[in-house]
Design a protein around this ligand. Structure first.
Ligand SMILES: [Zn+2]
Length: 353
């Protein structure tokens, strides 16, 4: 085990407490069960082992909960397939030929951890001052986990304990730009969890938009402060590339017949839970970031709408979001993508020489 950040004793305490609560629960069992399974998963990842068993009756129950959730999700996806199809077509036309021009640069900077944390603190205090105390508390609580594991390199996630309302965050990156960007992204989910007051939150589209937006804003912050500039452009180029992948998958899924769709989403590469929030999340985050530099009033209005939406039950309802967006998304993103490609090319050439 090689944990370089976070206190595993706290995670073990969480698991013991949740287990106890689950066995004595009279209500909210599904929330507690889901919290417990998440913390166990985190434990297994950071220790690279499987040590904590869970009774069969709870596993069966979990399977039932997931089945019913997936059924609901599938129904909603089919209902909105036309919207997904239209949206992905519009965006893929905008991205497709540009992404070909991306030259993949390399990341090379591993700053000392203290320095990374200082940069993130600086960002939060300037850009998200209302949440600065929350961030400092999260750090002080030793609930941000990072390991030396190569097996789970790049994995990031936030796990809420619905009993204590603590969040355990995992961000497994060696390279500083990615580590810091992902911490900021996951912190977005912590803000949401705290605002929802113990209600379990699942991956949803509005929450991904906001977290991706914080992440993109952080990259802009690094650029504005001339920190790791070349590497930031490399990450942004990669970001657009990943964004296109999610859009292509979403387009593919939205064109399948309901029967085929039901089969296909069993394949983890096509899981709706990931594809849907990221396809919209990354695209709209890119749009918002471009808008921030061009039309601040519109940016403020849209950001507020989506941020409010993510705390409501309709937060997975795409039509609700699409209604407030305009058709200027491709043109707005077009400028940003051209700039990113140009700068990432320069960065890659510079590194080569
Ligand atoms: Zn996220």
């Amino acid at each position: 085990m090689s944990i370089i950040m976070g206190d595993i004793a706290l995670l073990k305490e969480d698991i013991t407490l949740l287990h106890k609560q689950l066995n004595n629960a009279k209500k909210n069992e599904d929330n507690i069960l889901s919290s417990l399974v998440n913390q166990i998963y985190l434990h297994d990842v950071i220790t690279e082992s499987k040590q904590i068993p869970i009774e069969n009756k709870w596993l069966l129950r979990l399977r039932k909960v997931c089945k019913s959730k997936n059924k609901k999700q599938l129904k909603q996806f089919i209902k909105q397939a036309e919207v997904h199809n239209k949206f992905t077509k519009m965006m893929i036309d905008c991205y497709y030929h540009k992404i070909d021009q991306i030259i993949r640069g390399k990341l090379y900077t591993e700053l000392p951890e203290e320095e990374e944390i200082t940069i993130i603190k600086d960002f939060v205090s300037k850009e998200l001052p209302e949440y600065y105390k929350l961030f400092i508390d999260a750090l002080a609580k030793q609930r941000l986990f990072r390991t030396k594991s190569t097996k789970y390199q790049g994995l990031r996630a936030t796990f809420l304990n619905s009993i204590t309302n603590n969040h355990n965050i995992l961000v497994n990156d060696n390279m500083s730009v990615l580590f810091m960007g992902n911490v900021v992204h996951e912190f977005g989910h912590v803000i949401e969890g705290v605002s929802l007051h113990n209600n379990i939150f699942d991956k949803n589209t509005c929450s991904e938009i906001i977290s991706c937006k914080y992440e993109r804003k952080f990259y802009s912050f690094l650029l504005e402060n001339q920190l790791l500039t070349d590497e930031v452009y490399t990450v942004l180029a990669q970001y657009y590339d990943n964004n296109l992948d999610y859009l292509l998958t979403l387009k593919y899924l939205s064109n399948l017949s309901p029967k085929l769709l039901e089969q296909q989403i069993k394949d983890p590469r096509y899981c709706i839970d990931r594809t849907l929030p990221y396809a919209y999340g990354m695209t709209i985050a890119n749009y918002l970031e471009a808008l921030r530099n061009n039309d601040l009033d519109k940016y403020n209005y849209l950001f507020k709408r989506i941020d409010t939406n993510r705390l409501q039950s309709s937060r997975n309802n795409i039509t609700d979001i699409m209604d407030v967006l305009d058709n200027d998304i491709p043109s707005m993103i077009d400028k940003d993508i051209n700039h990113v490609i140009e700068c990432s090319k320069k960065a890659a050439v510079l590194k080569k020489n």
